[in-house]
Design a protein around this ligand. Structure first.
Ligand SMILES: Cc1ncc(COP(=O)(O)O)c(C=O)c1O
Length: 391
């Protein structure tokens, strides 16, 4: 036994007893949305590869070329010698694409959210009041935790409640931030960006929008939903872009400030050339992918309509993320197993990722799905509808 093993084992037993234990599965990606796990083939309905770019040959070729040209690693942080000449060029193109003054690449979405929020909260004039949607992504919570601020949480997407919270703190001097997702990762619903911007203006709040699930899929040419509204847009290359890493977009002052103050930018090695090559090619292709985006959104509507016809609860989803809410964690596991027996891969999402009694199967639709894949998935859901119907 190593130090603390008895603690770890007790904590794991607790998760097993509550049906919320997690384990890693060995996945082998195949063509389209086919994947293999433990010798069996599945159609993957759990990935965030919304445009199917993870297997795009042009992205693969550019990654390989950039490895050849620049090497395997960026070898240092951006401020030391990792700022290879392609970085500023791509950041300039990215800012032009997003329609912001400036953009800055970070190593991952999780890391960027934690590092930037902590930095803002530490540096802004005190007290810093942070208004957050209750269903925000874990990385946004950890950013607030790292900044040692108590979040003022408003009910999910409830703009009246946010407005009340802002009023309650009207007398407090200091800095205000509203932090939310544009498309919620586990619910597939959307924030009201018009009202968020109005409230941010009314109360002089900095509006921090995490656009991870909109980037590539929504907005003109896939530029996401946030840039037109946010003071800071956080996007990821790990989902709609088929790659890895993240970006921050906003004013030149904001990006230069992050280069100077944000430890999560300063003290980490720059993303490697293979990844940046892949991102650069995805950026080039993005404006040409309207058909793929249209397919994803039309098929998502089609799936949602079928589910609703069968009295299956899909929450407030109106995007490519469709939660099939079954509430009970055990039921979610059971349903996922039955679907897997039918060759459909949908992961059960359970607490603590979602609130207690909010367990679900999180379905995602991709441009790499064929119409046949989608109908096969619906057929499998139809077979198990008795188990998962909203009661
Ligand atoms: C809303 C949101 N923000 C940030 C992240 C983290 O992004 P990344 O996977 O690039 O670390 C995720 C990914 O799960 C997410 O859903």
């Amino acid at each position: 036994m190593k130090t603390f093993d008895s603690f770890f084992q007790k904590a794991l037993k607790d998760r097993i007893s509550k049906n919320i234990y997690r384990d890693l599965q060995p996945v082998v990606p195949g063509s389209g949305m086919i994947m293999e796990c433990n010798g069996k083939h599945f159609i993957n309905f759990s990935s965030n590869d919304y445009l199917g770019l993870s297997q795009n040959p042009l992205l693969k070729i550019q990654s390989q070329q950039w490895i050849e040209q620049y090497g395997n690693s960026s070898t240092a942080s951006r401020l030391i010698t990792g700022n290879y000449s392609f970085y500023p060029e791509i950041e300039k193109s990215l800012a032009d694409f997003l329609g912001t003054e400036s953009a800055l690449i970070f190593d991952s979405g999780w890391q960027a959210n934690v590092a930037i929020l902590a930095c803002l909260i530490e540096q802004l004039p005190k007290p810093v009041l942070v208004f957050t949607d209750r269903l925000n992504h874990a990385s946004l919570h950890y950013g607030c935790k790292a900044g040692q601020v108590r979040q003022i949480r408003y009910r999910h997407c409830d703009m009246n409640h946010l407005s009340e919270c802002l009023k309650r703190y009207a007398e407090v001097q200091g800095s205000r931030m509203i932090v939310t997702e544009t498309i919620f990762s586990m619910d597939g619903d959307r924030s009201d960006l018009e009202v968020l911007r109005e409230l941010a203006n009314q109360w002089q709040c900095f509006l921090y929008l995490d656009d991870a699930h909109a980037s590539g899929v929504f907005g003109k040419y896939g530029k996401g939903l946030a840039p037109a509204y946010a003071d800071l847009t956080l996007g990821t290359f790990s989902k709609g872009w088929g790659s890895f890493g993240a970006y921050v977009a906003g004013s030149r002052a904001l990006c230069q400030w992050l280069i100077n103050y944000c430890s999560g930018f300063i003290h980490t090695t720059a993303l490697p050339p293979a990844v940046i090559g892949c991102i650069a090619k995805a950026l080039e292709l993005m404006p040409q992918l309207d058909k793929a985006r249209q397919f994803v959104l039309e098929q998502s509507d089609y799936v949602r309509n079928k589910m609703q016809e069968w009295s299956i609860d899909v929450g407030g989803s109106n995007t490519q993320i469709i939660p099939v809410i079954v509430k009970d964690a055990n039921k979610a596991i059971q349903a996922a197993k039955l679907l897997a027996d039918d060759g459909i891969w949908v992961m059960p999402i359970r607490p603590p990722t979602v609130s207690p009694n909010q367990s679900r199967l999180r379905l995602t639709i991709s441009a790499a799905h064929s119409k046949e894949n989608i109908d096969q998935m619906l057929n499998s859901f139809y077979k198990i509808r008795g188990l998962i119907q909203d009661s």
